[in-house]
Structure formats: C-alpha cells, structure tokens
Write a protein that binds this ligand. Structure first.
Ligand code: ZN
Length: 190
C-alpha cells in the first residue's frame, strides 16, 4: 500500500441518502505525515501510521457515526538515558459527526447539551489525517524507558547501560576539598 499524507473518505453517498439508515463508507490506508506536520504534533515515526475508518448513517438528519483505529510505532527518548525507544501505540476512536454545508475543514466542536465532542464537516470529501495524527499523538505515553532497569546517564553524559563501569570524573569542588577554604586568597596582591 502506498503511504499518503491524507486519509480522505468521500461521504457523498451518505450525504445523499442520510435518511436511509444502514449506509456506510469505509476505508483504510497508510498515513505518512510531512516533516512539518510531524514537528507540529511533536511526533517522530518509525513507519507510516495504519488507519481504518468507517462512517455510518445513524438515521438522523445529517448525523453520522465515525469509528475506527489508528496504530503505529513512534520513536521516543528513554527518560533516563535519552536513547531512542520504539513505542507501539494503537488508538480506537468513535465520534458523532454532523454534516454542516459550508464548514470548511473537519473540526471537533463541543455540543452544549451533554459535552460530547462532535465532528463537523462541510464537504463530502473529508480528510481525517489531522484527526488521526492528533489521536495517535495523544495516545502515546508521556514518557518511556528503554528497559525497566535502565541505568541512565552519568553526570558527564555517558550511557551507563553501555558503560556500567564508567565513573564521572571528580568535579573541581571535590578536587579542591582538601585545601583550606580561603587558600585562593593568598594569590591576591593587596
Ligand atoms: Zn534508557
């Protein structure tokens, strides 16, 4: 399958027949965001994201139900030793959708009644890529470890998993600790 920067479904057939329950449009694909998009979402990916989506009519006027999932492998830094860690994530999603002709892009709005978020779209062709990227990014853990027993970095930045014997060199404070506290004063010419 070819990776794309969009995840577009054409919902025209649903919009035309929104009163007949049972209509469904589904699709799947590989999503490879641009570098700028990845930077915006604070994401690094090991491979394109996998997505599957389906939009169903619910029988109401211009109301639909979106369900599906997005999965992939992000690259995150171990919080102790800062090495790259591949982090697999899969997020399920389900949203009510409303068709409001005239709205430009797909957007998430809060409905006043029950505080349930609802997706609003205004064109038959809907690009779900921004939504998928955000849901994937939110699903990532806040921090990761390369291994439970990660030894982290020494004070001078050496990875102690690779060099467990490494000792950080003594700092100047330690080296001077045997001198009288005001020894430096003798160098001043008064
Ligand atoms: Zn680590």
């Amino acid at each position: 399958m070819v990776s794309r920067q969009d995840a577009t479904l054409n919902l025209a057939s649903l919009i035309k027949h929104s009163l007949e329950a049972g209509g469904e449009v589904s699709g799947s694909g590989l999503l490879l965001p641009s570098d700028a998009q990845l930077a915006e979402d604070g994401l690094r990916l090991a491979a394109p994201l996998n997505w599957e989506l389906s939009v169903r009519t619910t029988g109401g006027d211009d109301d639909y139900l979106l369900s599906g999932n997005v999965s992939g492998t992000a690259i995150m830094e171990c919080r102790r030793c800062l090495t790259d860690v591949k982090t697999k994530v899969r997020a399920e999603l389900i949203y009510s959708m409303s068709y409001q002709p005239g709205s430009k892009e797909l957007k998430l709005v809060e409905t006043g009644e029950d505080d349930e978020d609802r997706l609003v779209f205004g064109q038959p062709e809907v690009d779900f890529a921004p939504l998928l990227r955000q849901i994937f990014a939110i699903e990532l853990p806040a921090t990761v470890l390369c291994q439970e027993s990660c030894k982290g970095l020494s004070l001078d930045g050496v990875n102690l998993n690779e060099f467990p014997e490494h000792k950080a060199p003594a700092t100047d404070n330690n080296a001077d600790k045997d001198k009288p506290p005001f020894a430096a004063l003798k160098d001043f010419k008064l």
